[in-house]
Design a protein around this ligand. Structure first.
Ligand SMILES: Nc1nc2c(c(=O)[nH]1)N[C@H]1C(S)=C(S)[C@@H](COP(=O)(O)O)O[C@H]1N2
Ligand SMILES: [Mo]
Length: 190
C-alpha cells in the first residue's frame, strides 16, 4: 500500500489564513453569558460555560488544513479540548451515530461519531499560540484536520448527537457528507 501524500489531490499550499464564511459573523462575545449546549442521543445533556470548557484537559496539536476550494495551510498549531473529552462527559447512547454542530447563526455540519472520536479532533480557541480572531471562529471552533475544512465549524454553540443523519449547510447544497480530501470527496454523487 502506498502512503498517503501530505498534500491531497487538487490542493496547493498557501501561506496566511484566509477567512471563509457563508454567514454573518457573531457580533459580540460575552464570556459571562456564552454557553455550549450538548444534547440529543446522550445519557446526560449538558450546558457548559466558557469557564467550564477551559477547565477540561487542554491539548495542543499541529495539523494541516484543507479547504475544498483547493487551498491548504501547513502546520497550524491548535489548542483546545479533544472532542472525545466532551463525549465522555455526556456519554453518547448506543443510538448516537452522527453529531450535528450548530454555529452561532445558521451554519451547521454533521460528522459521523467514530470520526470525531479520533485523537486529532478538537474544539479549539488558540491558533499558533494566539487566541483566534473573531473571524477565525472565536471563542470555539471545531478542527477536523483529516476532512475538508467545511466540516471545521466556527462559532460552535450547540452539539447534537443524532440517530439519523441531518445534512449541514454545505452538504444540503451538494457538498459531500464524508469530505475526505485524499478521496477528493468534494461533491455528493447525484
Ligand atoms: N460557522 C461557520 N463555520 C465554517 C464556515 C462558515 O461559513 N460558518 N465555513 C467553513 C469553510 S467552507 C471553511 S474553508 C473554513 C474556513 O475557516 P477559516 O475562515 O478559518 O479559514 O471554515 C468552515 N467553518
Ligand atoms: Mo471551505
Amino acid at each position: 500500500m502506498t502512503k498517503k501524500p501530505r498534500l491531497p489531490p487538487g490542493q496547493r499550499w498557501i501561506t496566511g489564513f484566509p477567512v471563509r464564511t457563508a454567514e454573518q459573523m457573531p457580533d459580540s462575545f460575552d464570556p459571562e453569558t456564552w454557553t455550549l449546549t450538548i444534547d440529543g442521543e446522550v445519557s446526560k445533556q449538558l450546558v457548559l460555560s466558557y469557564q467550564e470548557i477551559h477547565k477540561l484537559p487542554i491539548t495542543t496539536q499541529t495539523s494541516d488544513f484543507h479547504c475544498v476550494e483547493g487551498w491548504s495551510v501547513k502546520d497550524n498549531q491548535w489548542e483546545g479540548v479533544l472532542f472525545k473529552e466532551i463525549a465522555n462527559l455526556v456519554k453518547p447512547k448506543p443510538s448516537a451515530k452522527h453529531v450535528l454542530f450548530h454555529a452561532e447563526h445558521e451554519y451547521t455540519s454533521a460528522i459521523a461519531l467514530p470520526v470525531l472520536m479520533e485523537e486529532d479532533v478538537l474544539l479549539a480557541w488558540n491558533r499558533n499560540g494566539e487566541p483566534m480572531r473573531a473571524e477565525d471562529g472565536w471563542p470555539l471552533r471545531l478542527i477536523i484536520p483529516r476532512l475538508y475544512a467545511y466540516k471545521s465549524v466556527k462559532w460552535v454553540r450547540r452539539i447534537t448527537f443524532l440517530k439519523d443523519l441531518e445534512l449541514g449547510y454545505w452538504e444540503k447544497r451538494g457538498y459531500h457528507q464524508d469530505a475526505d480530501p485524499w478521496q477528493s470527496q468534494r461533491f455528493a454523487k447525484c
